[in-house]
Design a protein around this ligand. Structure first.
Ligand code: ADP
Ligand code: MG
Length: 497
């Protein structure tokens, strides 16, 4: 009896449906159209290159199983990928993927799939056609990525803030490498070896400013390129939303249109496996197509726990550059620059006083400056040293009442009932690690030691470990009630000093 492609595919779908989740089925299998059955070769049409790769990577086993069942050991599956069907002149392009002839299907490696994909890397045209190719279901029509189908990339919003530029990004030893790499990327996106470019550093040190400056620069020199700035948090939320509305395909299509993708705070992807997987695919596609990827993180890639190794190894393809806390001279230059931008005048000794007193991060420095300006306009009084001292009293008090590092280590070790030497030792036992992180946190908060110097006094650890510890403790304070009270108790011990 002669079988037709629709019957065969319908039978396959039954097997597939029984083997995978409902949502995956709807997302990845419902849009497939069987197009031809010719001598044991079933051709199915998939909406895009991306779609094909996803199937090959995630569902190859079940596909092989059902083809084997339906068409026997000689059965094969081929994909027809919609490249362009807008005017009906281009035939769908087909990628041939032979399925296993043995009952035990073997899984092709991801890399092989990418080699196959190489020639067809998603271009805007490809994606555009893919997005409009299959009869869209209702959920697809309602999804937030419909803009991608309009395809006029000039109108796709970049989510950039125009006030961040290279001109107002003050250069210092703390950011020289990151800034010049950023400038190189901004001048030649996708063609330098800094792809991806990964910028990391503690909070408020200028990561977002720098990557936004890259985006703005490219936008101003090449307005036709689609630059997209997105926080990893927003990316994650959009992805989750697309899962809910059954429009993952549109989500992916949208991102595949991007020429310069700026993903801020990638540490947010930690532990979010599915989102990471999606990002991995998008990353590969864009990278392969010579598109530029820029990322930021609050810690060095090696400390990004909860991120898959294959994703981390991708990050190493380009350049990783860190941002340090600015030194005194750079802080002065930053304050002066802000004053100039805002058209205000502050006596030099006040500027120096500010730069001296606020040495944590640039965001705090700006915050203090803004509150000073506000007070001055409120009281109709020129900003002078007296006013600055008054405004900064609480900060200065902290600095003057500085406790020393030995005292912090001793107090924390005692609190956690461990010998103080363990704080400086190599051990990674959980309770020691926690105590060490807490002690580093207080060292950062209560002393003027640099991150490097703190790290040195905890058994020669480097500054990024200190950044990581401070961040971990801050996160735990936010998320864990009992940890918060531990910190409060300890803080009291230091406050009186
Ligand atoms: P992050 O993203 O690292 O937390 P941001 O980029 O948001 O930090 O920077 C915090 C603030 O400090 C922003 O207002 C930014 O403009 C300013 N800033 C940081 N570094 C510099 C710099 N080198 N020159 C001028 N302003 C800076
Ligand atoms: Mg930021």
């Amino acid at each position: 009896m002669l079988k037709d492609c629709r019957t065969v595919w319908a039978n396959c779908l039954r097997i597939i449906k029984a083997n995978i989740g409902e949502q995956s089925y709807r997302t990845w299998f419902e849009p497939i159209v069987p197009v031809q059955l010719h001598q044991n070769v079933l051709i199915i049409q998939v909406p895009s290159q991306f779609f094909y790769e996803w199937l090959e990577e995630h569902y190859v086993d079940v596909l092989k199983k059902c083809i084997y069942q339906e068409l026997g050991p000689e059965g094969r599956l081929e994909y027809s990928i919609v490249v362009d069907q807008g005017n009906g002149q281009n035939k769908p392009r087909t990628v041939n993927i032979p399925t296993a002839r043995k009952a035990e299907p073997s899984r092709p490696s991801t890399d092989a799939a990418y080699v196959a994909a190489g020639a067809l890397t998603a271009s805007a045209r490809n994606v555009a056609a893919a997005a409009s190719a299959p009869a869209p279901d209702v959920a697809t029509l309602r999804n937030p990525f419909d803009a991608a189908k309009g395809i006029d990339r000039n109108y796709l919003k970049s989510q950039l803030n125009h006030s961040y530029s290279f001109e107002n990004y003050i250069e210092g030893d703390c950011n020289r490498l990151a800034r010049s790499a950023g400038l190189a990327v901004a001048n030649k996106p996708g063609t330098t070896s800094f792809n991806p470019l990964m910028i990391y550093g503690g909070v408020g040190l200028g990561k977002t400013h720098l990557v936004q400056a890259i985006g703005n620069h490219i936008k101003s020199t090449s307005p036709d390129r689609f630059v997209l700035y997105v926080s990893a948090e927003k990316f994650t939320n959009q992805f989750i939303e697309s899962l809910k509305t059954n429009s993952v395909q549109d989500f992916a299509n949208f991102y595949l249109l991007v020429d310069i993708l700026i993903l801020d705070d990638v540490q947010f992807l930690s532990g979010k496996d599915k989102t990471q997987e999606m990002f991995f695919h998008i990353f590969n596609h864009l990278h392969q197509a010579g598109k530029q990827i820029v990322m930021t993180s609050d810690r060095p890639p090696r400390d990004l726990s909860g991120l898959e190794d294959r994703l981390l190894s991708r990050f190493k393809w380009g350049l990783t550059a860190d941002l340090q806390s600015p030194d005194f001279e750079t802080r002065i230059a930053i304050v002066q620059n802000k004053m100039q931008q805002d058209g205000i005048d502050i006596p030099p000794q006040v500027v120096e006083y500010l730069a001296h007193s606020v040495n944590t991060n640039v965001r705090e420095l700006e915050g203090v400056l803004i509150s000073l300006i506000a007070q001055s306009s409120l009281n109709r009084r020129e900003i002078d040293l007296e006013m600055a001292k008054q405004a900064l009293r609480h900060i200065i008090e902290e600095i003057e009442a500085e406790v020393n590092l030995d005292f912090i280590q001793k107090t924390v070790a005692e609190y956690f009932s461990i010998p103080v030497d363990l704080l400086k030792a190599k051990t990674r036992k959980k309770e020691v690690v926690t105590a060490r992180q807490v002690a580093m946190y207080f060292a950062k908060e209560h002393t003027s030691h640099s991150l490097k110097s703190i790290g040195m006094q905890f058994g020669g650890r480097d500054h990024s470990t200190v950044i990581h510890s401070v961040q971990t403790v801050s996160d735990l304070i936010d998320s864990d009630k009992s940890f918060r009270s531990t910190i409060q108790e300890l803080r009291k011990k230091f406050a009186g000093k």
